[in-house]
Design a binder for this molecule. Structure first.
Ligand SMILES: NC(=O)CC[C@H](N)C(=O)O
Length: 381
């Protein structure tokens, strides 16, 4: 027996459908993601904390779920909104159906929604506060009240909570058909990664390039990070607004001053923008998908990228020592930068590509190249 579920938006829109997850209520910012595959990686991406995701691809759940295609140890999205959950979930790695997975993880989710209408609405009006209520007692009034009570992501520091609470090491390497997730190759670089809700595939790609990776909690002072004697420092993706994350901006400024090889992805990129004195701003509906064309400014090459962000760094606010390396071909917003006077660079989209295309994975090799140079300079001293 299916149970009813209701989605309400702060603008008063109501969508009725059926519950495919836990009973109960949830609220958050509603964003649309255009990726056709990768729903499990999307749900477990910590950057979706306090956001409810609607997927524009109509059939979600076709391949069920498995314990491997995860980007963290839990579902982080506040809710899921889809058009259609197929009756059959089929894949050789499948251990659960999407619906069982959502229920086990206690996540409220709704199917049977006209996701085209919803997405057009979000595109026109911008990301909206919303709420899903699910179960036999679901009421429109409650959904509307919760949707309107959601205060919005702007100004929210969620990055200090989403990551690890204690330092920890990471050893899992990338997934291959023969071996599954493999063991680390020989270690050549010591990397400390600030964990604001880091996606696992970033860690796997670092490990597969010979990095010995230590994760540290968001508020770890840079002095403690330096005690690891790192060859490079990584600033992770993460949820919420970058602007209130002054602790992270401080740490990044310290890396720039010390000329440590530094790489930032998504939230890490936005923190770099703030650390050099730039501004971040909330976007209308953000970038969430797996097919976003981005231009590499140096040679005009187009790369197809995975994206998940609702804030952006305003290019006009950047000082002269910043070189713009990538721009979105959808809306011209800043997608990548490097400093001309320090081994520090960042990317707004998701080179770790999980889910998504792998065109910008070579940015991880750029990081190891900077660490090679740094090691050579240190050895010469
Ligand atoms: N994936 C991310 O790191 C997202 C960064 C930030 N929370 C944003 O929405 O823009």
């Amino acid at each position: 027996m299916t149970k009813p579920a209701i989605l309400a938006l702060e603008d008063g829109s109501i969508f009725r459908g059926e519950s495919i997850g836990a009973d109960g209520a949830t609220s958050g910012e509603v964003v649309f993601n255009t990726a056709m595959t990768g729903y499990q990686e999307i749900l477990t991406d910590p950057s979706y904390t306090r956001q409810m995701v609607t997927l524009t691809y109509p059939h979600i759940g076709n391949t069920g779920t498995n314990p491997e295609d995860v980007e963290s140890d839990r579902i982080c999205a506040a809710g899921l909104i889809i058009r259609d959950l197929p009756l059959l979930a089929s894949n050789w790695r499948r251990t659960d159906s999407l619906s069982d997975y959502l229920q086990r993880e206690n996540v409220v989710a709704i199917a049977g929604v006209d996701t085209r209408r919803l997405t057009r609405l979000l595109r026109n009006k911008g990301a909206q506060g919303g709420a899903i209520v699910a179960g036999d007692n679901a009421s429109e009034e409650e959904a509307l009240r919760l949707a309107r009570d959601f205060p919005g992501i702007k100004g929210m520091d969620l990055a200090s909570e989403a990551g690890c609470k204690e330092p920890r090491t990471w050893t899992q390497s990338v997934w291959t058909l023969d071996e599954g997730y493999g063991e680390a190759p020989e270690k050549r670089y010591r990397v400390v990664a600030y964990d604001y809700g880091i996606k696992y595939n970033i860690l796997r790609l670092l490990v597969s390039r010979g990095c010995e990776v230590t994760l540290v909690p968001a508020r770890t002072p840079l002095g403690e990070v330096m005690a690891y004697n790192p060859d490079g420092v990584f600033f992770s993706n993460g949820p919420g607004d970058p602007e209130p994350c002054d602790y992270a901006v401080e740490a990044l400024k310290g890396c720039i001053e010390r000329h440590i090889p530094t790489f930032g992805i998504c939230l890490g990129h936005q923190l770099l923008g703030l650390a050099v004195g730039g501004r971040s701003e909330k976007m209308k509906f953000g970038h969430h998908g797996a097919n976003h064309p981005v231009e590499r400014v140096a040679d005009g090459t187009v790369v197809i990228t995975s994206q998940n962000h609702g804030f952006a760094v305003d290019e006009k606010s950047l000082p002269d020592n910043v070189e713009v390396t990538y721009r979105s071909l959808f809306d011209g917003t800043l997608q990548g930068m490097r400093l001309k006077d320090a081994p520090v660079f960042s990317f707004q989209g998701h080179p770790e590509a999980s889910p998504g295309p792998r065109d910008v994975i070579p940015l991880f090799d750029e990081f190891t190249r900077l660490m090679d140079e740094h090691q050579a300079t240190q050895a010469a001293q």
